[in-house]
Design a protein around this ligand. Structure first.
Ligand code: FEO
Length: 406
């Protein structure tokens, strides 16, 4: 197989993981890749490594280009396990290499490995590394998405090595965005970007806005964005930055995600008239059952919609466990600027709707109250009430959405 070249002398030497379906609890139906890059200059430089299980693949990819013993520098942009657990195998093969890493990254690396045997240089924003015709610039991006994170800018080639930022969990035969869009679609690519952002980067919107602005001020205007997962951006660089800025500004569609679970289908039956009411106000909707939908998919759809209706049966006076699980995960992601209401059914006494509102307020989201709760099975008049509730929620949502001017 030919090596994948980003620009003359800069190679992708990573690995595709076609079979991973559970990425630290995150469902990845499209697999993923662990990207890293080899720069062939006077001093050969490896940017990032890969997950341990894929060490042999990256080593073989490097060997197709050069003997790993020739590597003089290894840049570690991020120390999460999927990127750094092969570093000891790489360093065994490249004993003359110096590692370049942030101070926070070094502290983390010390916890994973005996680093005393390696030559390590800690770097901060503005530090550079001249490797021949190229000079690499390091840019710290703390909390994007770990405290240790940084990016590496190669001005000569116009390549920004962005670690997890701008990544997606996508295994594909083509390495570049244009190749992916030609064989699959831009819509699928955007969906993968949103999925990744919603589940990993959602809490950091203000930081993302600031860091993108900082890159511009530092003269970082990439022709290529080379992330650590998924496809490499070379034809849609401006588009992915535009998507990121929109998401960092809490962009959402005027639509409703109806997210629910059910015991004996009563709460489930409520979703239909609710949806019809929403639709009759001209608002789109999507219905997601928690027990049947991967959590990251639920989070992605929540994030895409300006409004959400959360449905839960009452179990032992509180919400259903899967609904609680969803709200717990959502709380950690610190979403903003979404309107939420609640619905549900109960046998002996209610409680789930009250409980749901309490949790939604803890998260800090805007609520539309009261919700709607019915005993046992929705009657015809309950279904009419659900329909009217759906219409009312959609009308309120249209007013709420208008303030964002999106
Ligand atoms: Fe892909 Fe934060 O590791």
């Amino acid at each position: 197989m030919k090596s994948v070249e980003l620009k003359k002398g800069v190679y992708w030497v990573g690995a595709a993981d076609w079979s991973v379906r559970d990425f630290h609890g995150y469902e990845t139906p499209r697999g993923t890749t662990y990207n890293n890059y080899l720069i062939m200059d006077d001093e050969i430089t490896l940017v990032d490594t890969v997950k341990y299980d894929f060490s042999h693949i990256t080593i073989n990819n490097i060997r197709r280009i050069t003997d790993p013993g020739n590597i003089r520098h290894v840049v570690i942009n991020h120390i999460e396990n999927d990127h750094v657990t092969s570093i000891d195998r790489i360093m065994d093969l490249a004993p003359k290499a110096t590692i370049h890493i942030t101070e926070r990254g070094k502290k983390g690396l010390d916890r994973f490995f005996d680093t005393s045997k390696w030559d390590i240089r800690t770097v901060k924003t503005g530090d550079t590394l001249k490797i021949g015709k190229r000079t690499l610039l390091f840019i710290e991006t703390p909390m994007l998405h770990w405290p240790d994170s940084m990016m590496t800018w190669c001005k000569k080639d116009g390549i920004l090595f962005s670690q997890d930022a701008f990544g997606q969990h996508l295994a594909s035969s083509g390495r570049f965005d244009d190749e992916f869009c030609e064989k699959q679609s831009m819509a699928e690519l955007e969906d993968a970007v949103i999925d990744y952002y919603a589940n990993i980067l959602m809490p950091f919107g203000p930081l993302i806005r600031d860091r993108i602005a900082d890159l511009g001020k530092m003269g970082v205007n990439p022709d290529i964005i080379a992330p650590d997962h998924g496809i490499i951006w070379r034809s849609h660089v401006a588009k992915v930055i535009e998507w990121y800025l929109a998401m960092a500004n809490d962009k959402a569609d005027l639509s409703v995600s109806i997210i629910y679970d059910t015991m004996w289908h009563s709460t489930e039956r409520m979703t239909v008239p609710l949806a019809h009411g929403i639709r009759d106000e001209g608002v789109e909707y999507k219905i997601l059952k928690l027990r049947e939908t991967p959590m990251n998919e639920v989070i992605k759809e929540f994030w895409k919609s300006r409004g959400t209706l959360i449905g839960s049966p009452t179990l032992n006076n509180i919400m259903f466990p899967t609904v609680s699980q969803f709200l717990t995960y959502l709380r950690g992601l610190r979403p903003k600027n979404r309107l939420v209401s609640a619905f549900g059914s109960y046998g002996w006494s209610g409680g789930a709707v009250r409980d749901t509102f309490a949790k939604v307020k803890e998260i800090g989201l805007q609520t539309h109250e009261p919700g709607i709760e019915v005993p046992y099975l929705p009657s015809e008049s309950d279904e009419t009430a659900c329909y009217e509730f759906g219409r009312k929620f959609a009308r309120q949502l249209k007013k709420y959405h208008a303030q964002f001017g999106q």
